[in-house]
Design a binder for this molecule. Structure first.
Ligand code: SAH
Ligand code: SF4
Length: 352
């Protein structure tokens, strides 16, 4: 028997409810997105015949929870297994509690969009084993819904910065965002949703042309083509000028601040010259900058710069009047850098 379709791969308007009257669709929507029902049998306000019809025609949850790892600062990493056996991870990051009187009131979930990644950035664990497949809409949504249930926190922000290149899975991403952003769905504002891309210029333009005010983060990591070419093969396809033009277009359509992510790697991109170039790009595009001291990945040669060099780099941006933060590496002790937990799980399997 072929596997049953996942309910969350379809929008509510497309759900097959058999002969049930129209108002049942709304009830089912509430059970799924507001009451977070785990099972059709829990949906007690629906008649038994409809619950049976749904259970016969649909699967509800595509993710099996394998384990949760928490670290001392309460960043938590959720490892899931997909129906086809592969692994997926999502990371829940509290806002710095010290800033909020000791208790975090913002929780950001870092969501994956693909299994593996085809873009092969040289510092990234997600690309190491190549690309496996796109996540479906249901698999994207379930990360948010299941972590919400297991983590017991209200997720206030989403960042598509987990495994994979979200803009290479555009259709499923946008369907998921429709559900995330709708008041009948997960009801999270578009400005609380950040899409991070390695620089798929044509897709950035598509994102600019769709109506939602999504936040956009660009993984820049090099301030000129030579440096970027060394780290990110995607730069040969969409070189810096083309990427920055697409960013300018996004900004002209959305009127909001872009974010440039910039991993700092010793002897590669952490020089004063890179900082000055980066500051110029950021000023021109009114972007802020997230500096991320490189996380070590087993088997890769890259190292983080000395603290004094990180400070110097940030200082150059500051002097140029560009807002910049050095990202606190929450969860470094649990391998929160993208893709690393899945990789370890695959290696453990290979050894056993
Ligand atoms: N594919 C998208 C989103 C996922 S990667 C993108 O590239 O933007 C999310 C972020 O994690 C990116 O900025 C990526 O460059 C960063 N990242 C990947 N490997 C890293 C490492 N070893 N150390 C620090 N950040 C890393
Ligand atoms: Fe893919 Fe992003 Fe990792 Fe590059 S940084 S390999 S685009 S997940």
């Amino acid at each position: 028997m072929p596997p049953k379709p996942l309910l969350l791969d379809q929008l509510p308007q497309d759900w097959n409810l058999g002969a049930a009257p129209a108002y049942r669709r709304q009830q089912l929507t509430e059970w799924i997105f507001q009451k977070h029902a785990e099972n059709f049998s829990h949906m007690t306000s629906l008649p038994a015949s409809l619950r049976q019809h749904l259970a016969a025609n649909y699967e509800l949850n595509p993710l099996a929870h394998v384990r949760t790892q928490g670290s001392s600062d309460t960043t938590r990493k959720f490892l899931f297994q997909l129906a086809d056996g592969d692994y997926l991870e999502s990371v829940l990051i509290p806002a710095n509690p010290a800033l909020y009187g000791g208790r975090a009131d913002r929780f950001t979930l870092c969501v994956s969009s693909q299994v593996g990644c085809a873009y092969g950035c040289k510092f990234c664990a997600s690309g190491l084993n190549g690309f496996r497949r796109n996540l479906t809409t249901a698999e994207i949504l379930a990360q948010i819904m299941v972590v919400g249930r297991l983590g017991g926190e209200k997720i206030t922000n989403l960042v598509f910065m987990g495994m994979g290149e979200p803009l290479a899975n555009y259709q499923n991403l946008m369907t998921a965002i429709t559900v995330i952003n709708s008041d009948w769905g997960l009801n999270l504002g578009a400005r609380h949703i950040t899409v991070s891309t390695s620089g798929l210029a044509p897709r950035i333009r598509d994102l600019a042309d769709q109506p939602r005010q999504l936040r956009l983060a660009i993984s820049l990591h090099g301030a000129d083509d030579d440096t970027r070419d060394r780290l990110m093969p995607v730069n040969r396809k969409y070189p810096l000028a083309q990427l920055l033009d697409a960013c300018a277009y996004y900004q002209s359509r959305k009127n909001q601040m872009l974010t440039f992510e910039f991993i700092l790697i010793r002897d590669v991109n952490a020089s004063a010259a890179q900082a000055a170039l980066l500051a110029a790009h950021a000023k021109r595009l009114n972007a802020k900058i997230n500096l991320i001291p490189c996380n070590p990945v087993a088997g890769l040669p890259w190292q983080r710069p000395a603290d004094v060099d990180i400070k110097k780099f940030a200082g150059i941006l500051k002097t140029a009047g560009v807002p910049a933060t050095v990202r606190l590496e929450k969860g470094r002790d649990i391998d929160a850098a993208c893709g690393q937990l899945r990789l370890r799980e695959l290696e453990a399997k290979a050894e056993s």
